[in-house]
Design a protein around this ligand. Structure first.
Ligand SMILES: Cc1cc2nc3c(=O)[nH]c(=O)nc-3n(C[C@H](O)[C@H](O)[C@H](O)COP(=O)(O)O)c2cc1C
Length: 240
């Protein structure tokens, strides 16, 4: 077993926090968190994302009105990670090019960039003694959230991160055994036995937290048609 270190210890202790104290995050800490986020790898250094930093109660409440998760209302800062090809449009226009951002590849590039920056930012925040939770369900109301944030063409909201000082910490949530996720040399398709075993692991963990079965949560996501709001909003923002 590798000798551990502070960085790995921090990663292994990660747990999402949804309840915060009233403590604010000083601006210098917030800047450090955002700058650490920026240093994540990014496709061709295009940095195809932006972050809207929401600290006013009025803006938090406006977002909460469309996605009522308590973490949004009660956090110290709510960072909304936005897929962003708006700067790319300016660059292409500057060179008299024909801007063609529509399609899945552009969405993958910008969503992956945003996710990496977001994860770096969350980890940096955790290293400074803050905690947080990513909130992807803002996409249920993509157009409304875009309006609240003033997002222009070629941009779309992906997820927020509610940050603050933890009022309560959950114990670390279990993950699949590594052999169900990481395969030597070639992909190994898993059986339902893997799923049943993980349902049990999750049930044992969830006892205290009263969460639904893991596989039932999967059905709630992928046993129904996807929400239309992201596709509609991406079309409105000229990305599809
Ligand atoms: C992209 C993304 C979106 C998420 N959206 C939400 C959300 O809308 N609400 C929420 O409570 N948690 C959300 N989460 C947090 C996950 O539920 C959480 O990371 C997962 O259950 C694992 O728990 P842990 O982070 O405590 O280890 C999101 C996580 C990710 C990566």
């Amino acid at each position: 077993m590798t000798e551990t270190n502070q960085t790995i210890d921090l990663m292994m202790q990660h747990t999402s926090v949804r309840n915060f104290t009233e403590e604010i995050i000083p601006s210098e800490d917030l800047e450090t968190i955002l700058k650490a986020g920026q240093m994540a790898s990014t496709w061709k250094n295009f940095q195809s994302y932006s972050v809207v930093v929401v600290q006013s109660q009025a803006q938090k409440d406006a977002i909460y009105a469309y996605q009522p998760q308590k973490s949004i209302k009660n956090c110290a800062a709510y960072l909304v990670f936005v897929g962003d090809l708006n700067r790319a449009e300016k660059a292409v226009k500057m060179h008299d090019g024909n801007f063609q951002p529509q399609g899945v590849e552009s969405l993958l590039i910008s969503s992956v960039d945003a996710a990496l920056a977001g994860q770096n930012a969350l980890l940096a925040a955790e290293s400074l003694g803050y905690n947080g939770v990513m909130v992807g369900l803002i996409r249920d109301q993509s157009a409304k959230i875009s309006d609240v944030l003033g997002l222009p063409d070629y941009t779309y909201p992906i997820f927020g991160i509610a940050l603050g000082k933890a009022a309560r910490l959950n114990t670390v949530k279990p993950r699949f055994p590594l052999e169900n996720i990481a395969f030597p040399e070639k992909y190994i398709e898993q059986t339902t036995e893997t799923i049943e075993k993980f349902d049990q692991v999750q049930d044992e963990y969830a006892g205290a937290r009263r969460l639904n079965k893991w596989s039932e949560r999967v059905v709630a996501q992928w046993g129904v048609p996807e929400i239309p709001s992201s596709t509609e909003n991406l079309k409105a923002k000229k990305l599809l």
